[in-house]
Design a protein around this ligand. Sequence first.
Ligand code: ZN
Length: 82
Amino acid sequence: MPSPSKAENSPDQPPKSSGKAAKVKMSDIECPNCQKSSRFNLTEIPAHFPFCSMRCKSHDLGEWLTEDEEEEDDEDNTASNS
Ligand SMILES: [Zn+2]
C-alpha cells in the first residue's frame, strides 16, 4: 500500500545560484540610438531606458517625428510630367 506523500516539496524560491549572489540584476542593453552598449540595473530602471541616456532618448524621438514630417512634405515629386 503506497503511502501518500507527506508534503509537496516545491519551494517558491528558485534554486540558489552557485557563486556570487547578485542581488542587483544587471543587463547590457544596446542603445537604439547610438548602438552603445550600456549596463542597466533592472531593479531600478532609469527613465531613459532602453537608451544609454536621456539625450539619446529625446534625440531618437525627435528624429522620428522629423522623419514623419519630411515624408508628408515629399509629395511634390509625382505629377511633374507636362
Ligand atoms: Zn545612446
